[in-house]
Design a protein around this ligand. Sequence first.
Ligand code: AMP
Length: 224
Amino acid sequence: MKSQKNKTIIIFLGPPGSGKGTQADMLGEKLNLPVISPGELLRHERDSHTPIGKKVEKYLASGKLVSDVIIEKILLKRFLRRDANNGFVLDGFPRNGKQLSFLKKTLKNITEEDDRIFAFYISVKDSEVKKRIGGRRVCDCGASYHVLYSPPKKSGICDLCGEKLYQRKDDKASVLKDRLQGFHKRIKVIKDYFDKKNILVKIDGEQGIKKIKKDIERELKSFI
Ligand code: AMP
């Protein structure tokens, strides 16, 4: 299970719409590490109509958290894939105290003392989150747009594959309100844990994407 090279594990935390997924993808590409996102893994299960996919469908639609047992099962399988031998970037995990305990236990098993673990908290105010998420439109091919900030060339149509764009059910205003409330309730214990370990860096997520990326890379240099 343990690899020859040092592992790098980077955890992205932040409210929905903070852009942590975008930053996780860019950093994963730069460091040549896979990005592991439970949200993506669950949507894949749903779209593949697997038994897990059928179970989680309603949670994905309502923005409610899927049971920890399911999340732990799909994540453990994913952590152990060969492409994660040198580490990974985590997007959207952990989201509560129980998931944090699972992560701590799992990291103990799959890392060694000189492996590197960092967490970034991408900070964005609720009012800004609402603006961003309200305008988000996605495509089944994985592309994501914003009606104001990054619109597709042709309104409502994906630039990449020409399919119709849609709004995720959990991005609708009423659902988002609950997601944000839940987020604030659960994130404190997680932030406190990484903060106490001195591996948490707060990044201002209300800047442009490029500036946020630069800030993350600068912080990372001082760690690595
Ligand atoms: P995301 O793509 O991170 O916005 O997640 C989409 C949905 O997947 C969430 O609203 C939850 O229903 C589910 N989900 C994602 N990550 C987790 C997690 N760590 N624990 C439980 N459910 C999750």
